[in-house]
Design a protein around this ligand. Structure first.
Ligand code: CO8
Length: 261
């Protein structure tokens, strides 16, 4: 992997911990950081030694405070579209990864930061975290899929309110709205919770893990028939060694040994 300036990568057992580290800018997503995230997330699916990913931000203050506003002076109607599409493509790559990705939200998750967290499969927050889509205060709208993913996660009425008012909500409110799965006391306990979930999932049959993510994503992909995707995925699982092994292990009252084939 090429040298990364804005990300810190650590592998703990088979879990990859990706930390965005631009603390002076509250981990805002500049172009270079987006490129680096793309590099890292492009390699995960093909790496059998990685079973899950935790995405977090450096420090105690911010997960990601949004797209880097300092780069906005160069944005116009033409390149604004391609910049939004480029970000959307990356976030979709994360959402479509065949391995679970948990956003460990350690502080502000605003604008593109909230959108990035929402592209992850699961969100866990520290109790001091704050979420919001303040783009309207800058005269723009969320451009990295926030209008779509926020609506799916919290429902239309609340999504419209949050995006039109730019109100920031705390972690407890985010939990109440089902934007996050868990709220933790500290950054350490949040990381422990994320690892606990991923360590549980990594014992499961890898092909089935990927196909469940695929099938759940299909609910939200326009033009895609989710039931059809699920039936296709189900039949694919039925052809795997892991399916035979899982069934056999149950009948033999032992733990299954999944091999990802
Ligand atoms: N971009 C660049 N720098 C930032 C950002 C950001 N999004 N957020 C904070 N910073 C910088 C500040 O400029 C400051 O830098 P400096 O010390 O050099 O002045 C440093 O981080 C610390 O920030 P503050 O002094 O403002 O810290 P506070 O504790 O007072 O406030 C807040 C923290 C509330 C998080 C505040 O920084 C803030 O409101 N930040 C902006 C949040 C925001 O509006 N985010 C949305 C951006 S728009 C977006 O994400 C659109 C995504 C789609 C883009 C599509 C492609 C074009």
């Amino acid at each position: 992997m090429e040298e990364l300036k804005n990300l810190h990568i650590e592998k703990r057992d088979e879990i990859l911990i990706v930390t965005i580290q631009r603390e002076p800018a509250l981990n805002a997503l500049n172009r270079e950081t987006l490129d680096e995230l793309d590099t890292v997330f492009s390699e995960i699916d093909d790496d059998p030694s990685i079973k899950g990913v935790i995405l977090t931000g450096a420090g105690e203050k911010a997960f990601v405070a949004g797209a880097d506003i300092k780069e906005f002076s160069q944005v116009n109607e033409v390149n604004g579209r391609s910049m939004a599409e480029r970000g959307q493509e990356l976030f979709e790559k994360i959402e479509r990864l065949s391995k679970p990705v948990i956003a460990a939200v350690n502080g502000f998750a605003l604008g593109g930061g909230c959108e990035l967290a929402m592209a992850c499969h699961i969100r866990i927050a520290v109790k001091t975290a704050k979420f919001g889509q303040p783009e309207i205060n800058l005269g723009i709208i969320p451009g990295y899929g926030g209008t779509q993913r926020m609506t799916r996660l919290v429902g239309k009425g609340k999504a419209i309110e949050l995006l039109l008012t730019a109100d920031m909500i705390d972690a407890e409110e985010a939990y109440r709205l089902r934007l996050v799965n868990y709220v933790c006391e500290s950054k350490d306990s949040m990381m422990d919770k994320a690892l606990e979930i991923l360590n549980k999932i990594k014992e499961k049959a890898p092909i089935a893990v990927g196909l469940i993510i695929d099938s759940i994503n299909a609910v939200h992909t326009s033009g895609e028939n989710g039931y059809q995707t699920e039936a296709n995925a189900f039949s694919k699982c039925c052809g795997t060694q892991d399916f035979k092994e899982g069934t056999q292990a149950f009948l033999e009252k032992r733990k299954p040994n999944f091999i990802g084939e």
